[in-house]
Ligand binder design. Structure first.
Ligand code: FUL
Length: 489
């Protein structure tokens, strides 16, 4: 009997010493699914604007262009994919059809396509070749199919919607997996329209029947991400400069969005009270125009300008969709490639060495004192682990001991977005000679926030989360010293 009692006592003692299972962190009511998380993780993607406009030197073709003018002399889809890959892009999106209506694939529903062009004697299929090149170089692929069509005789009537859906069906069933479809909101009015040469206006809210088109697309490609001003998966950032707001929520209220007519400020900031998770995407061209124009060869964005865009898009919790328009030969121009190469080298150098990785971190609170939520998790370089506090702890403070005076000028912070986007106000302090000194104030973090600060030397850094819509959790903090060339270029 005595031994039995002792065994019980020891068992209870043993169980009592075990780290108790922590109370799980409650996710926000709006969170991204795995599909949108992996989409966001691509960070940098590329755009290819290429069509009859490349040959007419226009931005918007009227729709009366002869397919005969589409005649690239040295089209090289591998060069597009190689360039994208070398720049660190994870996906390319091609204008399968722009507003002029010319189709880069031999659609059976129109004569206005590559099949009537001199390209490969009408036997070419730029969409198919592009998709094969993406596959070859391990890139995801997306297609842009302009809803507005200035060539088609039926544009403005229900017959055009049947045509548009037929084209979607061709693109989404004949070429394997398509990762993204891009619906722009432009509807300019005038056009060729099969020879009518008139202005046609449509009701943006009702004409396309977006709800039905979205369901149709998802039915054909269940894993596809749909881009438009209004999502449903990815939304426009509200400008064509490539800049997300310095406050940027991945949540947004879909009731306030209409494809082609959403408020740009709203798209640029997102909404802390949004009812949907829609990833923000910053589209911008490496040149002033979306299409290639020889007279813009000297106006290619400099590596420094691209770096600025990088910090204001990827560094602000959004994706960067950078346009690289092929020229009349059908390749991305040397000047663009040079700028991209230098841009990539700058970013890679600046963010190469995380000076905080593996150092020690402490916090004013860590959830249940359980290792699963330890502050150290923010410095382990593993995006799946995170620090979290007990509920209702604000400010939540995390301190990094750098061990020795360390110089840095870039601070990277990430939230574990599978739990939602939470932080709305934070401050960063460094240990100065007279104690803590605030060097930066910010609002949102999200998937990734990269802050630029003047070069700073300290042996201790502190992050204070002052406001959040739920218990604070951070997955990663990094400190970097940027390439001196970033500023001097
Ligand atoms: C806009 C279009 O009007 C431009 O030509 C370009 O394609 C841009 C990316 O989207 O809506």
């Amino acid at each position: 009997m005595k031994t039995k009692i002792l065994t019980w006592v020891f068992t209870l003692l043993f169980l009592g010493c075990q780290t108790p299972l922590p109370p799980d962190l409650k996710p926000n009511s709006v969170v991204p699914g795995p599909k949108l998380i992996s989409y966001q993780q691509m960070e940098l993607i590329g755009f290819i604007h290429f069509t009859v406009n490349t040959f007419t030197d226009k931005e918007w073709g009227y729709g009366d262009e002869s397919p005969e003018i589409f005649n690239p002399t040295a089209l090289d889809v591998d060069q597009w994919a190689q360039t994208a890959k070398a720049t660190g892009m994870k996906q390319l999106i091609l204008t399968a059809k722009h507003h002029d209506g010319f189709c880069l694939w031999p659609s059976q529903y129109t004569e206005h396509s590559v099949k009537n062009s001199p390209y490969k004697n009408g036997k070419g299929d730029v969409v198919g070749e592009f998709l094969a090149a993406c596959k070859k170089y391990g890139l995801k692929a997306g297609l842009y199919l302009s809803p507005w069509d200035r060539n088609h005789k039926d544009y403005g009537t229900p017959a055009y919607i049947v045509y548009y859906k037929n084209q979607l069906k061709e693109l989404l069933t004949q070429y394997g997996e398509i990762n993204e479809i891009w619906f722009d909101g432009a509807n300019g009015g005038d056009g060729y329209y099969g020879g009518a040469n008139e202005i046609r206006k449509i009701d943006r809210d009702t004409y396309y029947g977006w709800k039905d088109i979205i369901a149709y697309v998802k039915n054909l490609q269940p894993n596809i991400k749909i881009f438009s001003d209004a999502g449903p998966d990815v939304h426009w950032i509200g400008n064509e400069k490539g800049f997300a707001g310095s406050t940027f929520w991945s949540t947004i209220n879909t009731d306030k969005l209409t494809i082609g007519a959403s408020k740009t400020d709203y798209l640029n900031s997102g909404d802390p009270n949004g009812n949907q998770w829609i990833v923000g995407q910053c589209d911008v061209s490496i040149r002033p125009g979306w299409f290639y124009h020889a007279n813009q060869d000297s106006l290619v964005k400099t590596p420094k300008q691209l770096v600025e865009i990088y910090y204001k898009s990827i560094g602000r919790n959004a994706l960067l969709l950078l346009n690289l328009p092929p020229d009349k030969r059908g390749i991305i121009h040397e000047n663009d490639v040079k700028s991209l190469t230098e841009f990539k080298a700058l970013i890679d150098t600046s963010l190469a060495t995380d000076l905080a990785k593996g150092l020690s971190a402490s916090s004013n609170n860590h959830r249940s004192k359980h290792p699963k939520f330890a502050p150290q998790n923010t410095l382990d370089g593993d995006p799946s682990t995170y620090w979290a506090t007990d509920d209702n702890i604000l400010p939540a403070t995390l301190e990094i001991d750098l061990g020795q005076p360390t110089t840095f000028d870039r601070i990277l912070i990430q939230e574990p977005i599978q739990l939602g986007q939470r932080v709305s106000e934070f401050e960063i302090d460094i240990m100065g000679v007279q104690g803590w000194l605030t060097i930066k104030k910010g609002t949102t973090i999200g998937y990734k926030r990269i802050l630029r600060i003047p070069q700073t030397k300290t042996n201790k850094l502190r992050l204070r989360i002052k406001a959040a819509n739920n218990t604070v959790a951070l997955s990663n903090i990094g400190l970097f010293k940027s390439s001196p060339k970033e500023v001097s270029q």
